[in-house]
Write a new protein. Structure first.
Ligand code: NAD
Ligand code: IPM
Ligand code: MN
Length: 348
């Protein structure tokens, strides 16, 4: 099993280093690692955020473990050269259309949540975010209006096949959990969302055991903090899923806790924390590596079928938290390395 390690920028290399240590401690002879540059680090070395060698490694690998990309030095570059294009390019080139972002509260972290403990303790959901379409990948540009003003535009669209395949992932995910899907859209305003809603309703016919509801995205943002326990599976588009998952992360304690899996229609997966390169804390040993360590656990489960090894990692994270391991985002003082140490010490 070849794992492509793509550390990227900012705290990416710091959280990937701890995750690699945890994976190596499992002593699985079948796991091999190959590392490549991505994002701003790749741009600075090669002139491109997603060099052909990196894309080639990602294609050859059985799974990809990704840190984060994004570098303030690169924010003025032309868009196609910016670090973020690397992750967008990987998702698109590899057909990774289904992004699973589980948000659940480790009971030990009830006091770290931005919500009251009795509200936070109910959180246990998966946000299923579409990753290959929406306003992210439509035609975009800058132009001049007839009266000479600058105008930026980004076309939002989904076709029915794109909606159907992500809806199915949502329903399948719910079948393996609480059998409830809440589809989040903005059908009261957007045609894209009207099609989304129509196709989700059609697809629901294939899943008579799943209870389907619909919610407008503004209400969903409110309900996530009012009563997050009502959600089992949220299925939504690329942009709404991006925003709602950052919000859900704080309900579950910290953005440093939420892992994700980005899957294609077969078994290929890219695994990454939902957070970014956190330039404000990069290089200071302050990053929480647990989101990336938990992403590696998802990799073992989804791409390799190593369920018991995946459980081992999750149990070690829970045990480390129960023993009081806390990075600054969780209200503690442990460094990134010390958080990695705590997980290693709890690994049985
Ligand atoms: P961010 O997620 O990097 O950081 C937001 C805030 O959360 C910051 O205060 C940061 O310190 C904190 N934070 C994030 N991860 C943390 C962790 N593991 N432990 C402790 N604290 C953590 O979002 P941003 O600041 O909006 O973006 C920074 C850069 O990252 C931008 O260039 C952005 O485009 C990029 N980004 C990349 C990805 C990705 O690679 N998938 C995701 C999000 C943002
Ligand atoms: C994420 C990030 C990315 C996204 C950016 C960096 C392109 O915010 O993975 O959540 O918007 O998908
Ligand atoms: Mn995001």
């Amino acid at each position: 099993m070849l794992i492509a390690l793509l550390p990227g920028d900012g705290i990416g290399p710091e959280v990937i280093a701890e995750t690699r240590r945890v994976l190596e401690a499992l002593s699985l002879d079948s796991l091999h690692f190959e590392e490549a540059l991505v994002g701003g680090a790749a741009y600075k070395a090669t002139g491109h955020p997603l060099p052909p060698e990196t894309l080639d490694l990602a294609r050859r690998a059985d799974a990809i473990l990704f840190g984060a990309v994004g570098d303030p030095d690169c924010d003025a570059l032309e868009r196609h050269l910016r670090p973020e294009q690397a992750i967008l390019g990987l998702r698109k080139e590899l057909g990774l259309f289904a992004n699973l972002r589980p948000a659940k509260l480790f009971p030990e972290l009830a006091d770290a949540s931005a919500l009251r403990p009795e509200v936070a303790s109910q959180i246990d959901m998966v946000i299923v975010r579409e990753l290959n379409g929406d306003v992210y990948f439509g035609e975009k540009g800058m132009r001049k209006t007839v009266d000479g003003k600058r105008e930026g535009y980004d076309i939002m669209s989904y076709d029915e096949d794109e909606v159907r395949r992500i809806a199915r992932v949502g329903f399948e995910t719910a079948m393996a959990r609480g059998k409830k899907v809440c589809s989040v859209d903005k059908a009261n305003v957007l045609e894209t969302s009207q099609l989304w809603r129509d196709v989700v309703i059609e697809t629901a016919q294939e899943y008579p055991d799943v209870a389907l509801s619909h919610m407008y995205v503004d209400n969903a943002a409110m309900q996530l903090v009012r009563n997050p326990g009502q959600f089992d599976v949220i299925v939504t588009g690329n942009l709404f899923g991006d925003i709602l998952s950052d919000q859900a992360s704080m309900c579950a304690g910290s953005i440093g806790m939420l892992p994700s899996a980005s899957l294609d229609s077969a078994q290929k997966g890219l695994y990454e924390p939902i957070h970014g390169s956190a330039p404000d804390i990069a290089g200071q040993g302050k990053a929480n590596p647990l989101a990336t360590i938990l992403s590696a656990s998802m990799m073992l489960r989804y791409s390799f079928g190593y369920a018991s090894q995946a459980d081992r990692i999750e149990q070690a994270v829970a045990k480390a938290l129960a023993r009081g391991a806390r990075s600054p985002d969780l209200g503690g003082t442990l460094s990134t390395r010390e958080m990695g140490d705590a997980v290693l010490a709890a690994l049985t």
